[in-house]
Design a protein around this ligand. Structure first.
Ligand code: GTP
Ligand code: MG
Length: 345
């Protein structure tokens, strides 16, 4: 099962490309495209709510394993730059830089653009990503893109098999009521393996539930390993009590306030004690106030780009997480909104 997110420059052909990779399905602030042939299952997510909503970008990336960063012949724009910073803060491992609309440019210009992007992304999470040049008009490069996607997915699959034995977690992105079945949720098994009849808990609300049945791409299965996109019929919970952002798990920490060790992006703007930021983890988000900034052992008023701090963040919304979850911080008032990543202490 391959899950990809399409992001990048404005008007770079993202939606057109998504449409070539699958059949348009559910639309919220992300649009899903599905393709299935035998065991070959591909889910493509277009972050349609972005750039208006940064959450749309993070949701698309967290529901996927491979990012396609689209850049047209005109080059990187502020939106693509923000995507690169986000991918780097998320430590996004797998992706492909897709140089789009190749029918409107020349081979030497494509080579120049590739060199330029390689230069900009040196030392970031994108450093070793593959490049491919495509056109959805002439179909040039489309087969090569699909080949690279399946090669990258082999690496993803290998990594996911190492997560199968961990405590199971499902990130929920949709919930609805189906007449005669009850509560149905859609989501991604981010780690562990889930089985029908498993008793788990919906966080952050801490509501007990049982997995009645599991579907993968409309086919009933007994169990689903890490990395699976699943539909679950749930027992013991109503669809109004579970929503996008919930985590179905055996054990999570739930909190509104956080003591977090963070690293600011070198490209972020500084922020101060008293500022409001937004934190993102999995598919959850919460506005938080910076109540303390500690540099080494010293309290300071301002956090500066490229440096490390321990922050005290105070919010009102309950967030479910485990220790290994990477949090992303954003300042929605800035032009480039993503500023830091960190882990709860
Ligand atoms: N010549 C050419 N035009 C393309 C190609 N791909 C997309 N386009 C055109 O580029 C325009 C933008 O395409 P979209 O797919 O909407 O691009 P997008 O990145 O989703 O745009 P936004 O979501 O608005 O940022 C449309 O007019 C497309 O028809 C291509 O490979 N070649
Ligand atoms: Mg679009």
């Amino acid at each position: 099962m391959t899950k990809i997110a399409i992001i990048g420059s404005e008007k770079s052909g993202k939606t057109t490309l998504a449409g070539k990779l699958g059949k348009k399905g559910n639309i919220t602030d992300i649009t899903m495209y599905d393709y299935a042939k035998n065991d070959d299952i591909l889910t493509t997510i277009d972050a349609t709510g972005y750039p208006a909503s940064v959450k749309s970008l993070i949701t698309a990336l967290n529901l996927s394993d491979i990012a396609l960063l689209c850049v047209p012949p005109e080059g990187l724009d502020p939106q693509a730059a923000e995507c690169i910073i986000t991918l780097d803060l998320m430590g996004y491992k797998h992706g492909i830089v897709v140089l789009t609309k190749s029918d409107t440019t020349y081979p030497f210009a494509i080579d120049e653009l590739k060199a330029k992007i390689q230069n900009v992304t040196k030392g970031t999470a994108l450093e070793n990503w593959d490049y491919v040049s495509i056109s959805t008009t002439s179909f040039e490069g489309m087969d090569e893109l699909k080949k690279i996607i399946s090669e990258v997915d082999e690496k993803v699959e290998k990594e996911q098999r190492e997560l199968d034995e961990l405590s199971p977690r499902i990130l929920i992105d949709q919930s609805f009521n189906v007449t005669g079945i009850g509560c149905v949720v859609l989501g991604v098994v981010s780690q562990g393996t889930i089985n029908a009849k498993d008793k788990m808990m919906a966080y952050p609300a801490k509501k007990e539930l049982e997995i009645r049945s599991i579907q993968m791409h409309d086919v009933d299965v007994r169990s689903a390993p890490a990395g699976s996109r699943v539909g679950l019929a749930l027992k013991g919970i109503q669809s109004k009590d579970i929503d996008r952002g919930f985590v179905v798990s055996l054990e999570e920490t739930v909190d509104t306030d956080f003591n977090m060790k963070v690293t600011l992006s070198p490209l972020a703007k500084e922020f101060n004690v008293g500022d409001m930021l937004h934190l993102y983890v999995g598919l959850q988000s919460s506005p938080v106030k910076v109540t303390e900034i500690v540099e080494k052992d010293r309290n300071v008023e301002t956090a500066a780009p490229g440096k490390e701090y321990t922050l005290k963040l105070s919010g009102t919304k309950e967030i479910a997480y485990i220790k290994s979850d990477r949090f992303i911080l954003a300042n929605l008032d800035e032009k480039q909104r993503f500023i830091a990543c960190g882990y709860v202490q």
